[in-house]
Design a protein around this ligand. Structure first.
Ligand code: FMN
Length: 190
């Protein structure tokens, strides 16, 4: 698959089949994260995979908030359509803003690597990071920047071109549509 095809076909998934993703596939995501660029090649991020310990997966799940623009219609329920794993991305507390950018690169790499394997994912920015650090037992000098929800998709969202609107929405068939600004809006050539 060409890189742009993999990028274009990635969508945030908020409904998951209740079948665990094999550890070998999640290991590929970790490879994708560790090979991501980082400012000054600092590589200060660390990952925790929550998959084997269902209690841990559930505790992280309960911290998360889903699909604000279509709430509650993309708020998964535990045991029904919740993700089957999370990858937590942590960094030293009070890192420079570059480290959050490093996390973005790692998360995007993981999302793309997941998508080409038919594995769904969704970035989690809205959660109580102190509580996540406590649940994960992180050292006090580290913080959780993001969680990546992981699992097999049980929905099929679609991207569509937009000249301005960016709010995602559900259609009459309960399919999620994600407007993406056209190249003409997003970029200018000089
Ligand atoms: C930094 C960041 C934080 C996000 N946090 C959440 C979140 O807390 N809950 C959620 O449902 N989606 C979250 N998302 C997913 C976005 O809503 C999603 O990327 C956006 O709607 C575009 O859809 P797409 O990923 O399918 O292109 C987050 C995405 C990013 C990049």
């Amino acid at each position: 698959m060409e890189a742009l095809e993999a990028i274009a076909s990635r969508r945030s998934i908020r409904r998951y089949a209740q079948k665990p993703v094999p550890e070998s596939d999640i290991a590929t995501l970790i490879e994708a994260a560790r090979l991501a660029p980082s400012a000054r090649n600092g590589q200060t991020l660390r990952l925790v995979v929550a998959r084997r310990d269902k209690g841990l997966v559930r505790s992280l799940f309960e911290l998360t908030s889903w699909g604000g623009a279509v709430k509650p219609r993309r708020s998964p329920s535990w045991g029904v359509d919740a993700p089957t794993a999370f990858i937590a991305v942590s960094a030293p507390r009070d890192s420079s803003t570059h480290v959050r950018t490093d996390a973005g690169a790692a998360l995007e790499n993981m999302s793309i690597a997941a998508g080409v394997r038919g594995v769904g994912s969704c970035w989690r920015g809205a959660f109580d990071d102190n509580e996540a650090a406590r649940i994960l037992g992180l050292a006090s000098d580290r913080e959780v920047l993001y969680l990546l929800a992981v699992g097999y998709p049980a929905e099929n969202p679609v991207a569509e071109p937009s000249n301005g609107k960016t709010t995602y929405y559900l259609d009459a068939d309960d399919r999620l549509h994600v407007p993406k600004l056209t190249a003409a809006v997003a970029a200018e050539w000089r």
